[in-house]
Ligand binder design. Structure first.
Ligand SMILES: [Zn+2]
Length: 362
């Protein structure tokens, strides 16, 4: 339960990088049943700026989104997008990918930014090692992330009630800060990182540092090496995954929350996920195809438009192509998670999760 409504788990969170899920308006996201959105602190910090969002009453109000929001700490984008970053014990200096201007992020400033933005769930500032990481790098990075987690928590506890939109009944702060497990691709480090992060006592835990270019089998291995050391009664969030097949699989491993740019990014490139596998709508073979994208999908796109029309929109570079493709893909992901929740509620649980995903895997 968040101050902006209940979030049923396992849940898929669409990515709204710049306070917008690219191509889809908030009323449509509500209609699709999106319960929680992800916003990126790094992007919002650079544009429009945290102070501006704060003046405008916080992120929920600014983007007119009444349901729950999660913001990441900005760490991952600093490490993946920005240039000339310089990491020290204190924090990280980096250049904006927009205009080359110099900035500094540290646990305290990342918490300050996220408190001002006012998401329901915010993330500790972590360091994400590259893949493959050199010898000793994964441990050093994990130790730094643990020290930064302590600083994040301390700052958060001292400042969490400082903006009015985070105050609940009786003036209690309503934001929750989650810790992040790192440890590279080493199962021993993953276990240690999980145990030491849990000792700090966060209300939820994320598994970070995955989906950074490693093979999928290794991703799964690391999830398995981590998830069993995280308390099952608290939310467990796997950051930045995956395909529809993978999100079902990870839910089966006990993951409660996932986010991924895949459904929205793939949609903009004409790649649609369906119950019969992937459809690349740009292909000429769909030019005369009067069927829907997915006959098993109840979304507003599949109810109304043909593959032929969607192919035409894409080939003509119409803005509507991106909008409709994104709506379908998001709907497919959300329906997949709904089916997983239904399967769990029937008491079938993880063992039968494959039933909600009947088609052969690629
Ligand atoms: Zn559809």
């Amino acid at each position: 339960m968040t101050p902006h409504g209940e979030v049923e788990t396992p849940v898929f969170m669409p990515v709204g990088t710049l306070a917008s899920v690219k191509g889809v308006s908030q009323d449509v996201l509500e209609e699709l049943g999106v319960q929680i959105l992800l916003g990126n602190t790094y992007h919002l910090y650079l544009r429009p700026g945290v102070a501006q969002v704060r003046r405008l009453g916080g992120l929920h109000r600014f983007m007119a989104w009444p349901r729950a929001i999660l913001t990441d700490s900005g760490g991952f984008q600093v490490f993946s997008l920005s240039e000339l970053r310089k990491i020290s014990e204190e924090g990280v200096t980096f250049r904006s990918h927009l205009d080359g201007s110099s900035h500094f992020f540290c646990p305290e400033s990342a918490m300050g930014a996220q408190i001002a933005l006012g998401a329901d769930i915010i993330m500790a500032f972590d360091e994400c090692p590259e893949y493959p990481a050199g010898d000793g790098r994964a441990r050093a990075s994990m130790e730094l992330t643990l020290r930064w987690a302590e600083r994040s928590k301390r700052y958060f506890e001292e400042h969490k009630g400082e903006v009015p939109w985070n105050a609940g009944a009786g003036g209690r702060a309503t934001q929750e800060l989650f810790g992040i497990v790192q440890g590279g691709m080493d199962p021993g480090l993953r276990k240690e990182s999980a145990e030491r992060t849990v000792e700090m006592d966060f209300p939820g835990y994320a598994i970070g540092g995955l989906s950074v270019g490693e093979p999928r089998t290794l991703t799964r291995e690391m999830v398995e090496a981590t998830v069993e050391y995280l308390p099952a009664e608290q939310p467990r969030y796997l950051m930045g995954v995956g395909t529809p097949e993978e999100i079902v699989e990870y839910a089966g491993l006990g993951i409660d929350m996932m986010d991924c740019v895949l459904p929205t990014r793939a949609a903009r490139h004409g790649l649609l996920f369906t119950s019969a596998g992937k459809v690349s709508i740009k292909q000429a073979k769909y030019a005369g195809d009067e069927g829907p994208v997915d006959a098993a999908c109840g979304c507003r796109v599949c109810q109304r438009y043909s593959r032929a029309y969607l192919r035409h929109l894409y080939a003509s570079n119409e803005v509507l192509a991106q909008v409709l493709n994104t709506v379908h893909n998001l709907s497919f992901y959300l329906d997949t998670m709904r089916a997983v929740r239904h399967s769990i509620s029937l008491g079938k649980g993880a063992r039968f999760l494959s039933e909600v995903w009947p088609q052969p895997r690629p």
